[in-house]
Design a protein around this ligand. Structure first.
Ligand code: NAD
Ligand SMILES: CCCCC[C@H](O)/C=C/C=C\C=C\C=C\[C@@H](O)[C@@H](O)CCCC(=O)O
Length: 301
């Protein structure tokens, strides 16, 4: 189905994506499906289509580590864009909807089951829960990597088109430390590199097997959250590298959780994105930094 404009035919977005229109008045593009586009003179980037604010209407999401920080912001932006959201987190005093410790396969299974039963299926999973503590590195591996593997595998039972699911998207939260080493956090670096590799492999498996599920990974730099507080107490045997870490923070700057949530939304709504690694950096006053998709060497010709 094509929409006729004075400047030529524009394919209707069967997939969410950016559409370039030439029109004289952004208002005329507000709802292009019913508004006649008049005399084209300006290039308007219509990021997503006019109903983008409800781009996730009818979609059901599950977010782990949703009670605070990045997960809370992810939950908010998914709700703002029309999705229903199940919040999975742990800790008696922090439970909103479902108490779920991502170290427990039973907890994740119960949380996904409740979400699927409550909403009628799962379309979006954000494996976001994570901790930073080099002094408790085994726990970091268990939560930050194994929790994401468990969440992804258990979500397949609900989302995989090969087993009756309707497909969807899984976004795993890694970190910039999943792309480059944080000298003061070697195990955190290792697990975040693991999340990046796991997610890229799952994206390839999904494409080859036909799961109908997109897998993407979010790699924020430093973000102002609870995890980012009291860093000196979280470096374990590497606490002598606190100054070097602070220098990295000053080098890259600190993101607001809303910036990370906006990046997440792109990975969720853009159906062309599968196997993508999105680095999220603050944009400095010169416009440097911002978000970029990381490319990796390919060896199969
Ligand atoms: N803050 C940063 O600088 C930064 C940067 C890049 C990536 N990240 C990643 O973002 C994710 C969210 O971190 P944040 O900065 O929002 O931290 P945060 O501490 O503010 O929030 C983490 C949330 O995860 C929950 N959680 C922790 N362990 C859990 C478990 N076992 N089961 C269920 N929930 C659990 C916590 O209760 C909390 O609600 C983490 O994976 C973290 O590694 C953080
Ligand atoms: C101690 C705080 C940990 C916060 C964890 C959170 O996930 C944030 C990580 C943010 C940034 C990681 C940066 C890693 C940088 C490395 O690649 C380093 O080698 C970069 C060298 C500096 C440069 O100019 O490239």
């Amino acid at each position: 189905m094509l929409y006729q404009t004075p400047s030529g035919k524009v394919p209707l977005p069967t997939k969410q994506g950016h559409i370039f229109f030439t029109c004289t008045d952004i208002e005329c593009c507000r709802d292009w499906r019913t508004t006649e586009i008049r005399d084209p003179t300006a290039e308007v980037l219509l990021s997503q289509y006019p109903t983008a604010e409800m781009a996730l209407n009818g979609k059901n999401a599950v977010v782990t580590g949703a009670v605070m920080g990045i997960g809370k912001a992810i939950t908010e932006i998914l709700l703002q864009n029309g999705a229903k959201v199940a919040l999975l987190d742990y800790g008696e005093d922090k439970v909103f909807f479902m108490n779920c410790d991502v170290e427990s396969e039973e907890d994740i299974k119960a949380g996904l089951k409740k979400a699927a039963e409550t909403f009628g299926g799962i379309d979006i999973l954000c494996n976001n829960a994570g901790i930073l503590n080099e002094g408790l590195w085994e726990k970091m591996v268990s939560i930050n990597l194994m929790g994401i593997i468990k969440g992804s595998y258990l979500a397949l039972e609900h989302m995989n088109k090969l087993t009756g699911g309707r497909g969807g998207v899984i976004v795993n939260t890694a970190s910039m430390a999943g792309i480059g080493p944080l000298p003061s956090c070697p195990v955190y670096t290792a697990v975040k590199h693991g999340v990046v590799g796991f997610t890229r492999a799952m994206a390839a498996a999904s494409t080859l097997s036909g799961y109908g599920i997109r897998f993407n990974v979010l790699c924020p730099a430093f973000v102002q959250t609870d995890l980012f507080s009291n860093i000196p107490k979280k470096l374990g045997r590497f606490s002598e590298l606190c100054l070097e870490t602070q220098q990295l923070v000053e080098h890259f700057g600190v993101l607001d959780v809303s910036e990370v949530a906006e990046a997440l939304l792109e990975l969720v709504t853009d159906e062309t994105k599968n196997g993508q690694v999105l680095l999220v950096l603050p944009t400095d006053e010169d416009g440097k930094g911002g978000n970029s998709y990381i490319s990796f060497p390919t060896y199969v010709q």
